[in-house]
Design a protein around this ligand. Structure first.
Ligand code: NAD
Length: 261
């Protein structure tokens, strides 16, 4: 197994859900963690303590992913605190479900900024550090919606398709620098983001929440099971390993067969 001990990872949106699961997985492998995202101060403090119980150092930076200057400060702070940025996981994301004709333009702008443009900003500041040290891993948490569409998710599907293009482009730009760039495309994972969507989709489609789970979400997922956050953490660890050194510019679906159909 590749030794990641002492490396530093920034995981955007790691106060909850998938990002938190990935932070826990990387911390378990000895990686120092920069936690980012919103949430209750005491809860974030507890996340930091729990991560540090795995014999690593964790710091929190509250950069808002809609604000390029705060994103720049996130990368700079990580580098000055730990002396390197080795692993960057672009994970922060939000969702909003509505027919396009009623889609509020401020929701469109926020989704494009948080789910897509933030990765441009993190990468442009982190990549020079990775190139200089001759090692790096950039992992973009895209979605099945980076590969296929669903109705009423125009902004989300657009942002996730965009992140796939960014992944491929940056992979080519740093292919000879020992820095890999890949996207993970999860199907449905039962996190707060999806729990909110269950209620919203029920309203938009005029059906019950159980019907949303069985007839909308897991309908596409042939295994009839939600993806688990620790499965995404294990996949992230694999992409950080030496075995994945020659995997770059790619995407890995982890979606119960959704995008195979
Ligand atoms: P979540 O709501 O549990 O977590 C989202 C995280 O992003 C939180 O830490 C939140 O504080 C943070 N965040 C939101 N807005 C932010 C901002 N402006 N600045 C900084 N941080 C911000 O959601 P999740 O389900 O864990 O989603 C994480 C990522 O995984 C998203 O990019 C999402 O699109 C993607 N994804 C989720 C699923 C799923 O089924 N849950 C499936 C595929 C992809």
């Amino acid at each position: 197994m590749t030794n990641l001990k002492g490396k530093t990872a920034i995981i955007t949106g790691s106060t909850s859900g998938i990002g938190l699961g990935i932070a826990q997985g990387l911390a378990g492998a000895g990686v120092n963690i920069v936690i980012n995202g919103f949430g209750d101060e005491a809860e974030i403090e507890n996340i930091g303590k729990e991560l540090e119980s795995k014999d690593i150092k964790a710091i929190y930076h509250g950069a808002d992913m809609t604000k390029p200057d705060e994103i720049e400060d996130l990368i700079k702070t990580a580098n000055s605190e730990f002396g390197s940025v080795d692993i960057l996981v672009n994970n922060a994301g939000i969702q909003f479900v509505s027919p396009v004709e009623d889609f509020p333009s401020e929701k469109w702008d926020a989704i494009i900024a948080i789910n897509m443009s933030s990765a441009f900003h993190t990468i442009r500041h982190a990549l020079p550090l990775m190139k200089k040290q001759g090692w790096g891993r950039i992992i973009n948490i895209a979605s099945s919606h980076g590969l296929v569409a669903s109705p009423y998710k125009s902004a989300y599907v657009t942002a996730k398709h965009g992140i796939m293009g960014l992944t491929k482009t940056i992979a080519l730009e740093c292919a000879e620098d020992n820095v890999t760039v890949n996207a993970i495309c999860p199907g449905y994972v039962k996190t707060p983001l999806v729990e909110g969507q269950i209620a919203d989709t029920a309203k938009v489609r005029g059906i019950t929440e159980d019907e949303v789970i069985n007839d909308v979400l897991l309908k596409a997922q042939w295994t009839k099971k939600f993806v688990e956050t620790d499965q995404l953490a294990e996949l992230t660890l694999f992409l950080c390993s030496d075995a994945a050194q020659n995997m770059t510019g790619g995407h890995i679906p982890i979606d119960g067969g959704w995008t195979a159909a």
